[in-house]
Design a protein around this ligand. Structure first.
Ligand code: 6PG
Length: 228
């Protein structure tokens, strides 16, 4: 099992630039070797910077497939959906085959949506690249501290989320880890104590991620604090 590689950058836009470069390079390699690129996207403010930069980058997306690490149980056109944000900030500005966008049907509710997405994900694994954010409490995707999930499920329903809305759907730990590359983007001072706890092998959801290829954590100086 690979370890964690910590990469520090001066600020959030620099973290996003690095993520963009890594995504484009992973896509190039995946398409060259296997003809397709399967990319898992995240919600949150740090990944959002990546989408905005990608919207200004010209790339051939004809062999890319897009998935979500988690989704909020809201109507499809709700501005707080991760899918809405990603479309708005990136996909709607780029030529992307509609049938390559594989969103979670979270409007159906956590249980049904998790069940449906599980069959899709099972047919795709392993992903080529999974990009995640991390919350101030150390959550990643919609896997929150203190929540227990059936580890045999690839996709889990989430209730009583501490971050709105209450109901969500999330890929499970082992599913997020079945990828050729795993990136976690962490920016801002509010993340500093969770970063510290992660480095100290603390009991955080994000610290439960394991990946054969290792995990690349891209963080800015504010999140890294004195460790940078
Ligand atoms: C969500 C996300 C979540 C997010 C982290 C970090 O649905 O909100 O998928 O896991 O990535 O909370 O978000 P920030 O980058 O905004 O701190």
């Amino acid at each position: 099992m690979g370890g964690i590689r910590w990469h520090c950058f001066p600020d959030a836009p620099a973290v996003a630039r690095e993520a963009v470069q890594r995504i484009l390079e992973a896509a190039r390699q995946a398409i060259e070797q296997r003809g397709e690129f399967h990319l898992v996207l995240a919600g949150g403010s740090t990944p959002r910077l990546v989408y905005r930069q990608l919207a200004e980058t010209s790339a051939d997306y004809s062999h890319w497939h897009f998935y979500l690490g988690d989704e909020r149980c809201l109507e499809p056109d709700d501005g707080d959906r991760n899918s809405f944000m990603i479309r708005n900030d990136w996909l709607d500005h780029s030529a992307i085959p509609e049938e390559h966008i594989h969103w979670i049907s979270a409007e159906l509710g956590p249980e049904e949506a998790a069940h449906l997405y599980e069959s899709l994900v099972r047919s795709v694994l392993p992903f080529d690249l999974v990009m995640l954010g991390m919350g101030e409490d150390g959550h990643t995707a919609s896997l929150f501290p203190g929540h227990r999930h059936d580890q045999s499920r690839l996709v889990v329903p989430v209730y009583q989320s501490p971050k709105p809305p209450l109901e969500r759907v999330s890929l499970n730990f082992s599913t997020l880890s079945q990828t050729r590359e795993l990136l976690v983007l962490v920016t801002g001072e509010g993340k500093r104590s969770a970063v510290q706890a992660w480095r100290d092998n603390g009991d955080l959801p994000v610290a439960m991620l394991r990946c054969d290829a290792g995990i690349d954590v891209l963080l800015d100086d504010k999140a890294a604090g004195e460790q940078s």
